[in-house]
Design a protein around this ligand. Structure first.
Ligand code: SF4
Length: 327
């Protein structure tokens, strides 16, 4: 599946058919996501200074969800789907440590147990996913599904012919307005001609064509950051959907990146206004089914935590973003 240039939609709404995989990006974003509540005082909210694709997506999906994640920093339980996504991403990244000829499906699958051990060490909370699985049957099925996702990748790309320039690349750029954009790119390929391809793995299924724009928002965000950092427009954006075996590509043009930049500024302003007013509207959709915060959401009879006031503006160099954050 491919989408090619010329999209004109001004409003891009990331749409997911299942919960977003908590990739390494999410973990790193969580580490750097410092909102007023932790950076300064527990009773103070800080207007956002930066955005990532995940947090921008949160705000577009539901402003109240953004608040719960960024300002209240309410805990969320690990999910099997998101954790499997993290595991598969780790395997695909580590496979490139091997010489090209050894990047085979059996080699990739052999990395799964070790990466699962590592994940349990670095994120002990994932252990609880299988706490009620004493005979290990559910864990075995889960690991089997991770194997199938890894195997499917070999039907979509040939890692023996790839030599990534970067893997799990953290990028950050400050726009002229002061807005800081950050994110983590799964893979960057650079052709001998210098053309750049940005690749992102998804362990879910490809969206229906009418939702492709939303899926590409994250990739255009990355392209914008690369353009601002290197003054180079990536030649191709590529989403690899391991869940359905699809590849979605898009070749951005300057107008795409300018459009995304305008959109992010509008989002940033909306987030700042909500931070100052405390008016974080719930926006119920079918994605509420994946939301961990129904108990605090008025749409489901819940009550949000007390809002941390007063609000202060971010200081220069404040790493707080209204941080953003997933994949
Ligand atoms: S349950 Fe739905 S409306 Fe409520 S915070 Fe979550 S995503 Fe928003």
């Amino acid at each position: 599946m491919a989408a090619t240039g010329g999209d004109t939609a001004e409003v891009e709404q990331p749409v997911t058919a299942e919960p977003t995989a908590a990739t390494a990006e999410a973990a790193v974003e969580a580490a750097v996501d410092t909102m007023a509540t932790t950076a300064i005082a527990a009773s103070t909210a800080v207007a956002p200074a930066s955005l990532s694709p995940s947090r921008a997506g949160d705000f577009m999906q539901c402003p109240l969800l953004y608040r719960f994640r960024v300002i209240d920093r309410l805990p969320e339980k690990p999910s099997e789907a998101a954790t499997r996504g993290t595991l598969v991403h780790a395997v695909l990244e580590r496979l490139f440590d091997a010489p090209a000829a050894e990047r085979t499906a059996p080699r990739a699958k052999s990395l799964i147990p070790g990466q699962w051990d590592r994940l349990r060490e670095t994120r002990p909370e994932v252990v609880e996913l299988f706490a009620d699985d004493p005979d290990g049957e559910r864990l075995a099925r889960w690991l089997g599904e991770a194997e199938r996702l890894v195997e499917r990748w070999f039907t979509l790309e040939d890692p023996t012919r790839l030599e990534p320039a970067e893997r799990e690349l953290f990028i950050e750029a400050r726009l002229d307005s002061g807005l800081k954009l950050r994110g983590i790119i799964d893979r960057v390929d650079v052709a001998p001609t210098g053309e750049v391809r940005i690749v992102d793995y998804k362990t879910g299924k490809a969206p229906r064509p009418e939702y492709a724009e939303g899926a590409l928002f994250q990739m255009k965000f990355y392209a914008l950051v690369v353009w601002r950092l290197k003054n180079v427009i990536p030649r191709r954006l590529q989403l690899v959907y391991l869940g359905s075996g699809d590849v979605l590509t898009y070749d951005p043009v300057l107008a795409d990146l300018e459009r995304v930049e305008r959109k992010l500024h509008a989002l940033w302003e909306a987030i700042r206004e909500a931070t100052e007013s405390g008016d974080w509207r719930p926006r119920p959709t079918k994605l509420c089914g994946w939301c961990d915060h129904q108990a605090h959401c008025p749409e489901f009879g819940g009550t949000p935590p007390p809002y941390p006031l007063p609000v202060r503006a971010p200081e220069s160099g404040d790493p707080a973003q209204g941080r953003m954050g997933p994949d």
